[in-house]
Ligand binder design. Structure first.
Ligand SMILES: *[C@@H]1O[C@H](CO)[C@@H](O)[C@H](O)[C@H]1NC(C)=O
Ligand SMILES: *[C@@H]1O[C@H](CO)[C@@H](O)[C@H](O)[C@H]1NC(C)=O
Length: 218
């Protein structure tokens, strides 16, 4: 009896500890192995979900494919935070500030906010009470492989680096099929051609920012 009493606490603690380790590991591993992918046409939330979502990218520059996604999110969630990720050690040809200016001119929706974030975007998203971290991709077949390491970081980062909160879920949003031929690289290349007119950006970025994008990237 005495030995039973004295030996019980240790196995129980150990068992609890193991469970606390195994269950989150299993869930987070599942999330990485079976990512949630939103295909186009995207589902709608009626009424809009009362959640804040963060969509992150480099938006270098933003183009119509991004705009279509963000406008959809804006109609389907309470708040959308568009995050321009920034590495302070990197020199950018077009600064994140400039990209923010362009995005703010495009995204006039009241519930959309643009922010530049250095460091871990999941930490920023958690501090802003976001429920979901969204990554825009063209298709999972094209971009999924490159997204995986970021996905692992987002899934495990909070548990390793804090704040010690349950990690946000990541959702991969495939592109609007009307703009799948577009990418920021294609827009940049169009600007670098030596012709002297922003007309080369027609259909790639919203018309009212064509000139601004062209001047920034030419
Ligand atoms: C996030 O939620 C906490 C707790 O509800 C609140 O104190 C904080 O102000 C919220 N932060 C933002 C940026 O809304
Ligand atoms: C480009 O266009 C501007 C005005 O639209 C003009 O002043 C300039 O000379 C043109 N430059 C070239 C290289 O064509």
């Amino acid at each position: 009896m005495i030995s039973f009493l004295s030996s019980t606490p240790i196995p129980t603690t150990l068992l609890l500890f193991l469970l606390l380790l195994i269950i989150p590991t299993a869930i987070l591993t599942y999330r990485v192995l079976f990512p949630k992918i939103l295909k186009y046409p995207w589902p709608t939330n009626t009424p809009p979900k009362q959640d804040t979502v963060v969509i992150a990218g480099s938006f270098n520059p933003p183009h119509n494919g991004h705009v279509s996604m963000i406008q959809h999110l804006s109609k389907n969630y309470k708040q959308v935070i568009v995050v321009i990720g920034m590495n302070p050690n990197k020199v950018y040809k077009v600064s994140p500030q400039k990209r923010l200016e362009i995005l703010e001119q495009i995204l006039v929706e009241k519930n959309v906010k643009v922010a530049i974030v250095q460091g871990y975007i999941w930490r920023y998203a958690m501090l802003h009470n976001a429920s979901t971290f969204i990554r825009g991709i063209r298709t999972w077949e094209k971009d999924g492989r490159e997204e995986r390491s970021l996905h692992i970081l987002n899934s495990w980062g909070p548990l390793v680096f804090g704040p010690l909160k349950w990690p946000l879920k990541t959702v991969f949003m495939e592109g609007d099929t009307r703009y799948l031929h577009l990418s920021s690289t294609i827009v940049r290349n169009a600007c670098e051609k030596k012709d002297n007119s922003s007309d080369c950006l027609r259909g790639m970025v919203p018309k009212h920012v064509e000139k601004q994008v062209f001047e920034a990237y030419r």
